[in-house]
Design a protein around this ligand. Structure first.
Ligand SMILES: *[C@@H]1O[C@H](CO)[C@@H](O)[C@H](O)[C@H]1NC(C)=O
Ligand SMILES: *[C@@H]1O[C@H](CO)[C@@H](O)[C@H](O)[C@H]1NC(C)=O
Ligand SMILES: *[C@@H]1O[C@H](CO)[C@@H](O)[C@H](O)[C@H]1NC(C)=O
Ligand SMILES: *[C@@H]1O[C@H](CO)[C@@H](O)[C@H](O)[C@H]1NC(C)=O
Ligand SMILES: *[C@@H]1O[C@H](CO)[C@@H](O)[C@H](O)[C@H]1NC(C)=O
Length: 500
């Protein structure tokens, strides 16, 4: 509501810009040119390659191999899909049988493409140290990006950034691309549904929405085409966000996670089969694989970590984005049967053999621990927190609130007395300060278990799996690379299966 009013105030400006409209990128004359490339960990020995084209491909194909000059393998699919308001087709191919932790070169088959490369996933159980980044609430830059003026109630610290400048978080991710092995992005990707924040888009929402998606995923391609980019949903993927008055005019592509499903539905993994010798673990992992619903809820394993990505938007009691939920959407969800997501999470977490993957992290969009500048997701806490505690999740990563925050390990709002020294409760962080058109959220009042909070500039979290027992979380200031906060969580991990 507030947002549309802010935009209305800009109407005189809008009149002057009436000729300007959606800022679509140019369409390449060779319409087989791959754009918006994105990789994902698809299985223990598999990587999916997703990309868009401005024409439907009869048979999307990717050539690959371990030598840049000899791409000896090729995989193809028939998956080239679109939806009514999109200009592009989402293509997806899975590369299987990969030797673990090996540099592969790949070329998306096109009359206009180049050879790129990636590191194949580490097998579950590989104890080699590595780092990942958690990037949440990252939006487009340029004509439709960054910051808006006004509306000080919601965004009291709005960085004024020249839209011609590069996004400092994307820039930092590009500069440090050799320092991390994959990225998790649990929700709020392009902020395409915020098209109405720019007066030039007001009469052209359908195109503006698509134009922002095209811009954003093009800007992300140098990162997501090099590193697995693991995405799950946030409230900005759902529907006609924050424009209730325009719900009736909501374009087709903006409803019910349409673009998100087209883009990531073929590329995100299901839960993996267990490599544990334990029979119950195998049964639980198979159950989890059957209940997983990528790209909404799913898990994967990589070296010494098991990562479960949850959907805080839909598919549990009082989920905020389901019909009747607090967001007020009518046209979204569900994606599973009544208890499917929580049954999946229980089976998935129960399957984790800590002798193989000592670390378990959960990534989701809406936090239930956040400083007093913003409201916690109580229904998320009710649904998910008991499972996170029961199965000894080590670290839980959220966004939605546009800043960086770190909490003590905590259960039911009570800090674990062990603090970072082998706690039973999960450690919680918010890494939602990556930068988007809405600007940063103020930290607001302190919350008792909070130990770090930052909202002065764009930032993100780097998580390093140093050993089976030590995990380091650094918050990085995007513009400078400075480490704003650093902590090491020590866990004994002396139980093969944690149930508490
Ligand atoms: C080939 O691809 C590049 C970007 O990868 C693009 O700039 C160029 O326009 C494309 N050429 C044609 C003929 O479409
Ligand atoms: C933006 O990034 C591009 C590509 O990395 C670079 O060539 C250009 O100089 C950057 N512009 C600014 C203003 O930093
Ligand atoms: C949203 O999409 C899912 C999957 O296609 C479908 O099952 C569900 O019914 C849709 N929800 C609405 C409200 O249309
Ligand atoms: C952990 O929190 C749950 C509520 O989410 C509560 O029911 C349970 O008693 C707590 N466990 C401990 C050991 O504090
Ligand atoms: C919040 O309050 C707690 C308890 O008083 C304190 O330990 C912590 O440092 C405070 N956090 C911040 C970010 O000021």
């Amino acid at each position: 509501m507030v947002d549309i009013l802010a935009s209305m105030k800009a109407l005189p400006l809008f009149a002057a810009c009436v000729l300007a409209a959606a800022s679509y990128p140019p369409i390449p004359s060779d319409k087989t040119t791959p754009v918006q490339q994105r990789l994902a960990v698809k299985g223990p020995n598999a990587v999916s390659v997703g990309w868009n084209t401005y024409q439907k491909l009869a048979q999307p194909c990717v050539q690959y191999g371990t030598s840049k000059t000899s791409l000896t393998s090729m995989q193809c699919s028939t998956s080239s899909i679109t939806y009514p308001t999109s200009r592009t087709y989402s293509n997806a191919v899975t590369l299987t049988g990969l030797t673990p932790a090996t540099t592969y070169y790949y070329k998306i088959v096109s009359t206009n493409s180049s050879v790129e490369h990636f590191l194949s996933p580490r097998v579950p159980g590989d104890k080699t140290p590595f780092s990942i980044n958690a990037i949440i609430d990252l939006g487009v830059y340029g004509a439709d990006g960054f910051t808006i003026q006004g509306d000080q109630t919601k965004r009291d610290i709005i960085p004024t950034i020249d839209p011609s400048l590069n996004h400092t978080t994307i820039d930092r991710l590009a500069r440090t691309v050799d320092d991390y092995e994959f990225i998790i992005h649990p929700g709020d990707l392009a902020y395409a549904d915020d098209w109405f924040e720019k007066p030039k888009n007001l009469l052209d929402g359908k195109n503006a929405y698509e134009a922002i998606l095209e811009q954003f995923y093009t800007q992300l391609a140098p990162i997501a085409g090099r590193k697995p980019y693991m995405a799950s949903p946030g409230n900005h993927e759902v529907a006609c966000q924050e424009v209730p008055v325009l719900t009736l005019a909501c374009p087709e592509g903006q409803k019910n996670f349409t673009d998100f499903m087209n883009r990531f539905g073929q590329t995100m993994p299901s839960s993996f089969a267990s490599t544990s010798a334990n029979q119950a673990a195998k049964v639980n992992a198979n159950k989890a694989a059957a209940l997983a619903k990528p790209p909404f809820w799913f898990s994967f394993e990589y070296g010494m970590v098991h990562v479960a990505m949850i959907d805080t938007e839909t598919d549990f009691a009082n989920a905020p984005d389901q019909p009747g939920g607090s967001s007020g959407y009518l046209n979204a969800s569900p994606f599973g049967t009544a208890n499917q997501q929580l049954d999946w999470l229980a089976a998935d977490l129960a399957s984790v053999d800590r002798t193989i993957t000592p670390w378990v992290i959960v990534g989701g969009h809406r936090p239930w621990y956040t400083t007093k500048g913003s409201s916690p997701c109580d229904s998320c806490q009710k649904a998910f927190e008991p499972l996170l505690y029961k199965y000894g999740v080590d670290l839980a990563i959220f966004g939605h609130v546009h800043n960086s925050q770190r909490f003590l390990p905590v259960n039911n709002s009570v800090a674990d007395p062990a603090k970072l020294n082998n706690p039973k409760a999960p450690m919680y962080i918010v890494a939602g300060g990556a930068g988007n058109i809405e600007g940063l959220s103020s930290v607001g009042g302190n919350y008792s278990t909070n130990v770090f909070a930052y909202a002065d500039d764009f930032s993100y979290a780097s998580v390093s799996f140093q050993s089976a027992n030590n995990l380091k979380v650094d918050f990085i200031r995007s513009s400078t690379g400075d480490v704003l906060d650093s902590s090491v969580l020590y866990k004994k991990h002396d139980q093969q299966f944690v149930v508490q």
